[in-house]
Design a protein around this ligand. Structure first.
Ligand SMILES: [Zn+2]
Length: 94
């Protein structure tokens, strides 16, 4: 797991994109809502989870795939985020 730290004072909300996080974990943790497509056929919509980091705050343990999220890659690049390795991956069942 990794722990992400927001080094800036502004809070940020990071979306855990299905294509990045769910695919890497092999578990979908998105909220799936029923909906309709443009031509009125039933089609479910996936609403990915998001986590919020207050200014200068640290996240809880995150799956390492979080480091592949575009927002996190960008944040690490500009010095907004730092992360620490929190050891072995254990899947939380929610
Ligand atoms: Zn998902």
């Amino acid at each position: 797991m990794v722990i992400l730290k927001n080094c800036w004072s502004e809070p940020i909300e990071v979306t855990e994109l299905h294509e990045v996080v769910c695919r890497a974990r092999d578990v979908c943790s998105c909220t799936v809502k029923p909906g309709l497509s443009r031509d009125n056929k039933p089609q479910s919509r996936r609403l990915p989870r998001a986590f919020r980091l207050d200014g200068k705050a640290e996240s809880g343990p995150l799956h390492p795939s979080a480091l592949k999220l575009p927002q996190v890659i960008e944040g690490l690049r500009v010095g907004r985020f730092t992360y620490t390795d929190a050891g072995e991956v254990t899947e939380d069942k929610e």
